[in-house]
Design a protein around this ligand. Sequence first.
Ligand code: DX5
Ligand code: ZN
Length: 217
Amino acid sequence: MFRIAPSLLSADFGNLAEAVGQVASETDWVHVDVMDAHFVPNLTIGPPVVESLRKHTGLFFDCHLMMASPGAFRQAGADGCTVHVEVGDTSELLAQARSLGLRAGLALNPETPYEAVEPFLDQADLILCMTVHPGFGGQSFMEEVVPKMARIRTELDRRGLSAELEVDGGIDEQTAPVVVRAGASVLVAGSAVFCMHRPWEAVRRIREAGMAGLSAG
Ligand code: DX5
Ligand code: ZN
C-alpha cells in the first residue's frame, strides 16, 4: 500500500552502516539525500559514501539528488535517482537515469506548481513531493502542499501511470495519515526515525499511523 523510506540525513554520519542496519527489519528502502551546496545550502553524501554503504546492505537506495548527474550514483550502487524539476533539463535527466537502469524520480519543491511536473509525469517512475524546503531535516510539515499531492495522485491514476508518489519533509506519526490519504505511496522520514531511541520502532509506528489513516479515510 505504501512504504517508509528512512532518510539518512538525520542519522549519525559517523555510523551510517549501523543506521541502515537499524531499520532493515522494517523497510526495504533507504532515502539518501545528496546535496552539493549549490541547489540547497548544505553539503552531504556523495558517490563514495553510497559505494561504501552498498557493501553493507542490499536495501533499495533511493537517492534524492539536490543537484544533477545521476550517473556517478548508479556506478556507486544507487537503485533510484530523483532529480529536481527546478534544476531544468528534466527530460534529459530522466532519460539518462532510465537509460542507466535507475528508477527515475522527479522532485518538486513546496512552492513549485503542479504544472511544472505535469508534462513529465509519463517520463518518471517516481514523483517526489517536497513538504519542506529542501536542505535540512527536522522542519515542519507544510500542509498547504497536500492538495498538490492529491492532484498528482489523481492525474497519475487517470492516466493509468504506476509511478510512485513519494513525500518528503516533516513526516511523522501525525502527518503520515494525511499524506497516505492524499495518495502518497512512499513516505520519507528522517528525524522522526533517526532522532528516536529505537529507529526500527519509529518506522513501525509511522507505518501503523499511516494504515490507521487509510482505514479511517
Ligand atoms: C530535506 C531532505 C529530507 C529530510 C527530511 O531536504 O530531502 O529527506 O531528511 O527530514 P525530516 O523527515 O526530518 O523532515
Ligand atoms: Zn530527501
